[in-house]
Write a protein that binds this ligand. Structure first.
Ligand code: ADP
Ligand code: MG
Length: 242
């Protein structure tokens, strides 16, 4: 039951190949973490999945829909695959509740009451029930990122894509975000997570990808990889990262 299927995907920026003929599929329920050096193509890999980048060659199928499809296909893919970025990008003039309810109203066409009820439930899920009337500037970075996660969940995605969701946060605020992500994983959410959090990759991830120079160099069980990183480049990478 694959939900994301890379079929010989090549992505270039100008003449530079960023993803080189990548073939892999991700099944429902997998928690895939993606690690690799800066500039290796991790964000590009994620952005191709929800068609924020166009691919140059091959095909990429998300829940039976090609990223090379029509504008309506692209809209469908963006609802299927929710994305959380390093920067939370909340609307500063909307409360936490309004930020979460916004997409449910605009994208899913819910009425205000339904959207607010959903937002209430999702803010409770990310442990922010008591902060729903706060504006982003009244929330810590960790709280803002949890609102951003709730906002993505409001579109009822089938898979969640995270691009270094804790990298903009002070270390003491990272855990609360990782905890919410761990809970999502435990509920069975399919997730693709670009991260430098090796503890998360090892303990929560079910599969680990190491990207380098546009190639998936390692695709394996995280526990095995962390115990025996036999790929020399990965070994070197981990020796700096851990
Ligand atoms: P990572 O997330 O692993 O740090 P990225 O996927 O952001 O890497 O970038 C991979 C490479 O593609 C980098 O060399 C980066 O400079 C380049 N790149 C990313 N986005 C663009 C763009 N819009 N135009 C040109 N080059 C880009
Ligand atoms: Mg990146």
């Amino acid at each position: 039951m694959s939900i994301i299927d890379f079929q010989s995907v090549t992505k270039k920026f100008g003449d530079v190949t960023i993803l080189d003929n990548i073939t892999l599929s991700i099944d429902k329920g997998e928690v895939v973490t993606v690690i690799g050096p800066s500039g290796s193509g991790k964000s590009t890999f994620l952005r191709c999945i929800n068609a924020l980048e166009t691919i140059n060659d091959g095909d990429l199928i998300v829940d039976d829909t090609s990223v090379k499809g029509t504008p309506s296909d692209i809209r469908r893919i963006r609802r299927t695959a929710g994305m959380v970025f390093q920067q939370f990008n909340l609307f500063p003039n909307l409360t936490a509740l309004e930020n979460v309810a916004f997409g449910a109203r605009k994208v899913c066409g819910m009425n205000k009451k339904e959207a607010n009820e959903l937002a209430d439930a999702l803010l409770a899920k990310v442990h922010l029930a008591d902060r729903k009337d706060n504006y982003p500037n009244q929330l810590s970075g960790g709280q803002q990122q949890r609102v951003a996660i709730a906002r993505s969940l409001a579109l009822k995605p089938q898979v969640m894509l995270f691009d270094e969701p804790t990298s903009a946060l002070d270390p003491e605020l990272r855990q609360e975000v990782l905890h919410v992500m761990q809970e999502l994983a435990q509920e069975g959410m399919t997730m693709v997570v670009v991260t430098h959090e090796m503890g998360f990759a090892r303990d929560v991830g079910t599969r680990l990808l190491f990207i380098e120079n546009g190639h998936i160099v390692v695709d394996d069980n995280p526990k095995k990889v962390f115990e025996h990183p036999d790929n020399p480049r990965l070994k070197e990478f981990l020796s700096f990262a851990v």
